[in-house]
Design a protein around this ligand. Structure first.
Ligand SMILES: O=C[C@H](O)[C@@H](O)CC(=O)C(=O)O
Ligand SMILES: [Zn+2]
Length: 273
């Protein structure tokens, strides 16, 4: 389990490309036959990738930094399927298709992942003070919000899965945004939300393409060049926006003091530096 410590916004100007990536980019979450995890001290979010090989389910364990007997002893877990597969939670098996979401409440003692070639699962977990029920939200059954405009190359559909009016949770808020063909910009004009950390996992980006992800305080920004299935951890003071060399999707997951999607400080394009 990789451990990432919180950073202060004044560190941004002192960081070179490698340091920026070391703090905020998670590059190798998806490795066949493994569950890889990262513990961020930003709102104690844990991100992970599980890639079971056919016939060999993977069991999620509580690695030492969690100081727990089992992964969900003190936390809740959102699972986003990238490719079909099954997740078994305390003996109940959930079949997920590409972009379906499973929420697992605090207290689940056993979580395992299985699937055929191509099955992979993205994990986003936050602290939990109580147990909300384990539930599935399906991409096909979720009405998306339609955002953006062709003139600004940001036509996209946003599906909220884990949120106060959907799957209930303690801290986690989670969903998927997908760009239409020919659209490249996400979350521009951008924003910050001082009470939450947000993580993006880019997916469905062709291997030869990249997203130029923007981070930092609005007046002191930097960029990272991000590949498919890499994640970005955005501290509460950081914008989180990007432009791709191709369209793509991303899983967004937030945790912190509130779950109010609208609790954002909008940043005018004119105020960015
Ligand atoms: O706080 C909210 C998050 O940044 C995302 O939901 C934004 C997003 O998916 C989008 O604009 O496309
Ligand atoms: Zn945001």
């Amino acid at each position: 389990m990789d451990v990432r410590h919180p950073t202060h916004p004044t560190q941004i100007p002192t960081c070179d490309t490698e340091a920026i990536r070391g703090h905020y980019l998670v590059e190798d979450l998806f490795v066949p036959g493994e569950i890889r995890t990262v513990y961020s001290h930003q709102d104690r979010i844990v991100l992970g990738g599980a890639v079971p090989e056919p016939g060999s389910p993977l069991e999620l364990t509580a690695e030492p930094p969690l100081r727990s007997e089992y992964f969900c002893e003190h936390r809740e877990l959102g699972v986003l399927a990238l490719g079909g597969g099954t997740v078994t939670v305390d003996g109940d098996t959930h079949e997920l298709e590409h972009r379906d979401c499973l929420y697992i409440g605090r207290g689940a003692t056993s979580v395992s992942f299985a699937g055929d070639e191509g099955a992979r699962f993205y994990l986003a977990s936050a602290q939990a003070h109580t147990a909300y029920p384990t539930r599935v939200a399906r991409h096909a059954d979720t009405t998306p919000a339609k955002l953006g405009d062709p003139a600004t190359a940001n036509v996209r559909e946003l599906r909220k899965y884990v949120h106060p009016d959907g799957i209930r949770s303690c801290e986690l808020v989670m969903g998927v945004t997908e760009l239409a063909e020919g659209s490249i910009w996400n979350t521009m004009p951008c924003h910050t939300h001082d009470r939450r950390t947000e993580c993006y996992l880019y997916f469905d980006l062709p291997a030869e393409h990249r997203v130029i992800h923007l981070l930092g305080r609005p007046r002191e920004t930097r960029h990272m060049v991000v590949s498919n299935e890499q994640a970005v951890i955005s501290p509460s003071w950081s914008i989180h926006s990007g432009a791709g060399t191709h369209s793509y999707g991303f899983v967004w997951a937030m945790a912190g003091e509130n779950q109010s999607f609208g609790d954002m400080d909008h940043v005018a394009i004119d105020d960015l530096r």
